[in-house]
Design a protein around this ligand. Structure first.
Ligand SMILES: *Cc1c(COP(=O)(O)O)cnc(C)c1O
Length: 375
């Protein structure tokens, strides 16, 4: 079965990991600093905090934003549940707002209508790699005195008007899961231009430990002394995986270029198919296409999906609306709340999209889609 996403590991990646394994560090060491510096540079901001996953990046980002019980966050339902779950775990009420039918990204006007005086963060997701409308969310956040978080699990390597994803929001989170645009096996990062947010993120991912004597309450306790001023967790990305990440980051431009070729080939070959809608990016966006979200007639989605699987094409559906999960349903969230997102979901099938796809693989997918849609 051709998968919908897959990592690309070459000999340079293997050599980077091997060198790290032979070094003095397995976990926090010089490779972590190198990777964070490289991520910050790529994101076009001062600070990058590496963590163990895209999920922990979101948890850390919400903690850095000061989310606590009673607060609200506004986000999209067309995402992996972690975008909402991590805020809920900190006690926030999650308010879902609807998406733009063209991109599947959180609609700034719908998000604004969902903001209340308890809202602390608005979280967009760069669905399929297409950046959210950063200018609109920046403006919304400034007018309402809230923070703009960008879940960029799909979009490291994307730009908007020439600016890299990572430099558009107050806090941006990345995932380095194997299907994502680059991988550290499991891993993630939070990037920000704000030194205070970065410091809080760094503290939360390392138990909230305070080792700087100048900041301690009892610095005279002894040379061994360290203090915890706020609870945190251990979300530290190991040195071994950071070494893989730095090498993968050096390959990112090549990955993005191949994804663009695959996107163009699918677009050209499927444009004439009746009842099918191809993914599009707005003016000024240069996405690193993480997914290829094809939309087919809702009443035929199941049949087309099963036909593709039967033809050896490992398609996926992204995403079941987050509030359909029983955990939200049991809290009183009802279907029908965000009809545009539900319509998007009802028609969506993600075609295989990863840099290792050969031209033959792409042809195989195209033929299978044409066969499935023809019924
Ligand atoms: C993958 C993903 C996450 C979670 O990342 P992990 O590294 O798997 O924890 C969060 N949000 C979105 C939109 C994702 O696609």
């Amino acid at each position: 079965m051709l998968p919908y996403g897959r990592q690309s590991i070459d000999e340079s990646d293997v050599a980077a990991v091997t060198a790290a394994l032979h070094s003095d560090w397995l976990t926090t060491g010089p490779e972590v600093d190198r990777f964070e510096a490289a991520i910050a540079e790529r994101a076009g901001v001062e600070h990058a905090v590496s963590v163990t996953s895209g999920t922990s990046a979101l948890h850390v980002a919400y903690a850095a934003a000061g989310i606590e019980p009673g607060d609200e966050i506004v986000t999209t339902p067309l995402t992996f549940v972690a975008t909402a779950a991590t805020a809920a775990l900190l006690g926030a009420k999650v308010v879902f707002a609807d998406v733009d039918p063209a991109t599947g990204n959180l609609d700034p006007a719908a998000a604004e209508a969902a903001v209340t005086d308890r809202t602390k963060v608005v979280s967009g997701v760069d669905f399929a790699g297409v950046p959210v409308d950063g200018a609109a969310f920046r403006d919304l956040a400034e007018r309402k005195g809230i923070l703009f978080l960008e879940d960029a699990a799909h979009s490291i390597g994307s730009t908007q008007d020439g600016r890299p994803v990572g430099s558009l929001a107050d806090l941006t989170t990345f995932s380095f899961f194997p299907t994502k645009n680059l991988t550290t096996a499991e891993g993630g990062a939070v990037v920000t231009a704000d030194a205070d947010l970065a410091a809080r993120a760094r503290s939360f991912k390392n138990h909230g430990l305070v080792r700087d004597k100048a900041q301690q309450r009892y610095p005279e306790e002894g040379p061994w002394h360290q203090e915890v001023h706020a609870f945190g967790l251990n979300y530290r990305l190991p040195d071994v995986l950071s070494a893989l990440g730095t090498n993968q980051l050096a390959r990112l431009d090549a990955f993005v270029a191949r994804r663009a070729e695959v996107k163009a080939a699918y677009d050209e070959a499927l444009a004439d198919l009746e009842g099918v809608q191809l993914p599009a990016a707005p003016e000024g966006a240069a996405p690193a296409w993480h997914l290829y979200p094809l939309r087919v007639p809702a009443e035929r989605r199941r049949e087309i999906f099963e036909s593709l699987r039967a033809q050896g094409i490992g398609v996926q559906v992204n995403y079941i609306p987050a509030y359909w999960h029983p955990v939200f349903e049991d809290l009183g969230y009802q279907r029908g709340m965000c009809p545009v997102a539900e319509d998007y979901y009802s028609r969506e099938i993600s075609l295989p999209m990863f840099p290792g796809l050969t031209d033959e693989n792409v042809e195989q997918v195209i033929t299978a889609v044409r066969t499935a849609v023809a019924g």
